[in-house]
Design a protein around this ligand. Structure first.
Ligand code: SF4
Ligand code: SF4
Length: 148
C-alpha cells in the first residue's frame, strides 16, 4: 500500500511539470552543440590524409584522391556506409582540417540498405543543408549530381 501511494505521489508531481515530449516530426528537437548526428563533409578542406578511414573502428569510410595541377592532393571519392557506422565521432576528432564533421541530421530511415551508402555528393549536400546554405527538405534520398 505504501509503495502504491509513493507511486501516485510521483505521478501527481509529474502532472505539474512542463511536458518534455515533442510532436515529432512536426516539432523538431533542439540538439546540443556536441550532438553526434550523421556526417557532413567539406571536400575543399580535405587533404586526403586518410586518417579518418584509418581510425574508423568499423571500416565504414572509403576514400580516394589524386594530385592535380597545383601539385596538391584533392579528394575524388568519399563514401560512408551508414549500415555499420556507430557515430562514434572518432573520424571527426582526428581530422586535421575539420573536413569531416558530425551534423545534427539524424533521419536516415529507409526501405533499402543501399540507400545507407552515402557518397561525397550527399555528404557535401548535407553540410550545406545543415549549415543553412540550402533549404532542408527532410530526409534526403537524392544526392547532388544525381548520385547516391
Ligand atoms: S563515426 Fe565512427 S564509425 Fe562512423 S565513420 Fe566515423 S569513425 Fe567510423
Ligand atoms: S576527411 Fe579529414 S581525416 Fe579524412 S582524409 Fe580528409 S582531411 Fe584527412
Amino acid at each position: 500500500m505504501f509503495g502504491f501511494l509513493k507511486g501516485l505521489k510521483v505521478t501527481f508531481a509529474q502532472l505539474a511539470h512542463k511536458k518534455v515530449t515533442l510532436q515529432y516530426p512536426d516539432q523538431m528537437p533542439d540538439f546540443g552543440e556536441r550532438f553526434r548526428g550523421i556526417h557532413k563533409f567539406y571536400p575543399e578542406k580535405c587533404i586526403v590524409c586518410n586518417q579518418c578511414a584509418r581510425v574508423c573502428p568499423t571500416s565504414c569510410i572509403s576514400l580516394s584522391g589524386s594530385r592535380r595541377e597545383d601539385k596538391k592532393l584533392h579528394i575524388d571519392t568519399y563514401d560512408i556506409n551508414f549500415e555499420i557506422c556507430i557515430l562514434c565521432d572518432l573520424c571527426t576528432e582526428v581530422c586535421p582540417t575539420e573536413a569531416i564533421q558530425m551534423s545534427d541530421q539524424f533521419e536516415l530511415a529507409t526501405y533499402s540498405r543501399v540507400d545507407l551508402y552515402k557518397n561525397i555528393y550527399w555528404l557535401d549536400e548535407n553540410a550545406r543543408r545543415t549549415d543553412g546554405v540550402i533549404e532542408s527538405e527532410g530526409n534526403q534520398d537524392s544526392a547532388v549530381g544525381g548520385e547516391k
